[in-house]
Write a protein that binds this ligand. Sequence first.
Ligand code: C2E
Ligand code: CA
Ligand code: CA
Ligand code: CA
Length: 279
Amino acid sequence: AKTSGRGRVAVFDPAMRAAVVERRALEAELQGALAGDELRLVYHPVVDLADGRVVGFEALLRWHSPVLGPIPPDRFIPVAEDLDLIGEIGAWVLREACSAAAGWRSRYPGAGLTMAVNVSAVQLASPDLVRQIAGALASSGLPAGALVLEVTETALVRDPEGAAEQLAALRALGVRLALDDFGTGYSSLSYLRQFTVDVLKIDRSFIATIDGAELPPIVRGLVELGRTLDLEIVAEGVEDERQRDLLRDARCEFAQGYLFAAPLSATDAELLLLGRTVP
Ligand code: C2E
Ligand code: CA
Ligand code: CA
Ligand code: CA
C-alpha cells in the first residue's frame, strides 16, 4: 500500500486488488442469481443411528453461477447479507424446503420426516423472519413441528436479548430449534442456559476426533449432556463406520455425514426415501 494525499491509503498490493475484484464480481453476479434461477437446494439426510432410517433432511443452499462457476455457501451467504439479499434468498429457501418436505411427508407418510433450515445471524435479526416462516408453513401445508431452524452461537452472541425474543416467537409458531456447530463457540454452555432449544448438533470437528477404539471423552460428554438436558443430539460429519458405531453405542440418536450420503438433489433424496435405509 502507498499513502496518497490526506492520509488515505491506496491499494496497490496485487493480492488485495485481486480479492477486491473477485468480491465485486461475486456481488454483481449474486444480484441476479435468484431471478436467474441459479440457486438450488440440496438435501442432506439425517439418520436414526439405532436403525439406519432416514428421519429427515437439512436443506443446504447451492449457487452455480454461469459466469463464476459453483460458489460454496460459506462464501456467498456473507455477501448476500452485506448486500441485503439474504432476506429474499432466505425466504426462497424456506418456501422451497418446506414445500419439498410437505411433498415427501405426503408420499412417505409414517416416516415423520423433518426438514432443517439454516438461519444466519442477519436473518435471525430480521423482523420479517417470523412472517416468512409462518408464510412458508402456510403455503406448503408443512406442520410447524416438522420444521427445524438451525442457528449458531454466532447468531445469538450479537444481540442475545433480541435473539431470545425472536427464538421465543419462533417456538410459539411450533417450530423446533437446533443449536448448530455446537461446541465450537466461546460459551456454548451459557447459551444452553439462556436459550431454549430442542436439538444440539455436535460440530463435525469433534466427530473428526473419533479415530480409536473408544469415544473421546469430550464427544461422550457432549452426547451425555444432550441426554441429561433431554435434547435431541445430531452428530455432524460422520464419515466412517467406526465413528458411527461408537456414537451408536453411546446412544447418540441421530447423525449426518458423508458415510450415509452426500447432500442430495430433491430427486435423489426421494429415491433414498424409496429405499429408506442407508449403511
Ligand atoms: P452447516 O450448517 O454446518 O452445514 C454442514 C456442512 O458440512 C455442509 O457444507 C455439508 O455439505 C458439510 N458436510 C456434511 N457432511 C459432511 C461430512 O461427513 N464431512 C464433511 N467434511 N463435510 C460434511 P455446505 O453445504 O458447504 O454448507 C456450509 C455452511 O453454509 C453451512 O454449515 C451453513 O452454515 C451455511 N449454509 C448452507 N445453506 C444455507 C442456507 O440455506 N442458509 C443459510 N443461512 N446458511 C446456509
Ligand atoms: Ca446446519
Ligand atoms: Ca453444522
Ligand atoms: Ca458450519
